[in-house]
Write a protein that binds this ligand. Structure first.
Ligand SMILES: Cc1cc2nc3c(=O)[nH]c(=O)nc-3n(C[C@H](O)[C@H](O)[C@H](O)COP(=O)(O)OP(=O)(O)OC[C@H]3O[C@@H](n4cnc5c(N)ncnc54)[C@H](O)[C@@H]3O)c2cc1C
Length: 399
């Protein structure tokens, strides 16, 4: 039997960031991950995330940013438009007086950079290829049985184990979910015209198509949200047919588009745990909430969760208090639920408005989008939120 202060289940971006944030606090930390250790193979952009300034500040503080930045692509411009009307909106880094509007980063490179930093801390141990057999909580500790016979007794367990969180299920924390009835098709594509460090998103009747610029001026990662019923037909297309359909969907904004990788698909669901903690168990990031990727905010939100939790734990220690105190954990839950609910509501409204075919609604959204585009103050507010320069940010993520 092994004892530990904090066990983090899940070594995704959230779990590893939390471990690194807590590492200097002289706590005994164990990370349990079902998959293998982060890969040191060259970048392949299979999964990418648009990180904002708040996430960059946090990852820079942790010393992980320089390694992430090596394969990340900064984008200076963003263009969003509606395929069905005259509606469009554009953002520019210079106008916003920021170094970039965001960075398209490879998810595995983020994990790798965090893991390399984590290896320097002897008080953190990471257990990969780990199968959790049971997780039982009591008032005083949580007992985890993993890899059949290994026992771990923890004062606090953090569920950072993604959308199908075992920790959430074991603690019987209730979750709401709604289907967007969409799947995201994700792939790397080559563009005929250079992307010019611009992130583009077109709202189509079936869902948005994002063209996210990578480091090579002719490579983008796509996130194409399509009605779930259309997925089998889309995946059955021959490569040249898929390329034609994709180029047409993008309205040829970057000329002819051609696949450079297999197409992966992800079911899109809004999930939200209405309770994030129970006795000595607490949820963070996708284990607590997942949102539509249309605004590229899911990982940013999760990173802010773990920064908030680590900040409150550090304050507890400085005050000589218990790191499992319910009052502190509730403070975390209130703080981060408010931020998650705001984002979920905005994404729901956006997705519903743009996938609605009602002509009157189409006209209203077109007028609304163009009005915002011409209102500098309003645009600044929207951008400040997307950049992570506003809202109730944890200290390490503040501008
Ligand atoms: C198509 C798509 C595009 C997206 N684009 C963006 C974007 O541009 N910007 C953005 O900010 N966000 C984006 N997101 C969201 C982002 O990918 C997620 O929010 C983020 O990866 C969640 O990180 P996480 O660490 O919470 O979960 P995960 O990355 O899912 O990590 C969870 C970890 O827990 C492990 N695990 C699971 N169960 C167990 C278990 N029982 N025992 C041990 N380990 C376990 C898993 O193996 C995994 O390593 C996108 C999402 C999708 C689907």
């Amino acid at each position: 039997m092994r004892n530990t202060d904090i066990t983090i289940v899940g070594a995704g971006s959230a779990g590893l960031t939390l471990a690194l944030l807590l590492a200097p606090l002289n706590l005994n930390i164990v990370v349990l991950e079902q998959g293998k250790a982060p890969d040191i193979s060259p970048v392949n952009y299979q999964r990418v995330s648009a990180l904002n300034l708040a996430s960059k500040r946090l990852l820079s503080h942790l010393g992980a940013w320089p390694a992430i930045a090596k394969t990340a692509a900064a984008y200076q411009d963003m263009q969003v438009w509606d395929s069905d009307s005259f509606a469009k909106i554009a953002f520019n880094a210079e106008t916003e007086q920021v170094e970039a509007l965001g960075w398209i980063c490879d998810n595995e490179q983020i994990r790798q950079a965090l893991y390399q930093q984590l290896k320097q801390h002897n008080n953190v141990s990471c257990q990969f290829n780990c199968v959790i057999n049971s997780l039982v909580q009591s008032d005083r500790e949580v007992l985890i049985n993993f890899n059949q016979q290994q026992l771990l007794l923890s004062r606090l367990v953090v569920g950072a184990d993604g959308i199908n969180s075992l920790v959430r299920k074991a603690a019987q924390l209730p979750q709401m979910h709604s289907h967007y009835n969409q799947h995201a098709l994700v792939a790397t594509i080559k563009t005929e015209l250079p992307h010019q460090a611009t992130a583009r998103q077109v709202f189509l009747p079936g869902g948005p198509l994002a063209l996210l610029p990578l480091a090579d001026p002719h490579l983008c990662s796509i996130v194409w949200s399509v009605p779930s019923a259309d997925v089998p037909a889309k995946l059955a297309l021959a490569e040249n047919e898929f390329n034609q359909a994709l180029s047409a969907a993008s309205q040829s904004v970057l000329g002819v588009l051609s696949l450079q990788s297999p197409v992966r698909n992800f079911e899109l669901q809004m999930r939200y745990a209405s309770q994030w903690l129970e006795q000595r168990i607490v949820l963070v990031a996708d284990a607590a909430h997942s949102v539509h990727p249309l605004a590229g905010q899911g990982m940013n939100l999760g990173l802010m969760d773990v920064a908030a939790l680590a900040q409150l734990i550090e304050q507890q220690l400085q005050a000589g208090k218990d790191i499992t105190e319910l009052r502190m954990l509730r403070q975390y839950e209130r703080w981060r639920k408010a931020e998650a609910v705001n984002l979920i509501a905005a994404m729901e409204a956006f997705n519903r408005t743009f996938s609605n075919k009602n002509p009157l609604l189409k006209l209203i959204r077109a007028i609304g989008m163009n009005t915002v585009d011409k209102a500098p103050w309003l645009k600044k507010q929207i951008m400040a939120a997307a950049l992570g320069n506003s809202g109730d940010l944890p200290e390490l993520a503040k501008p």
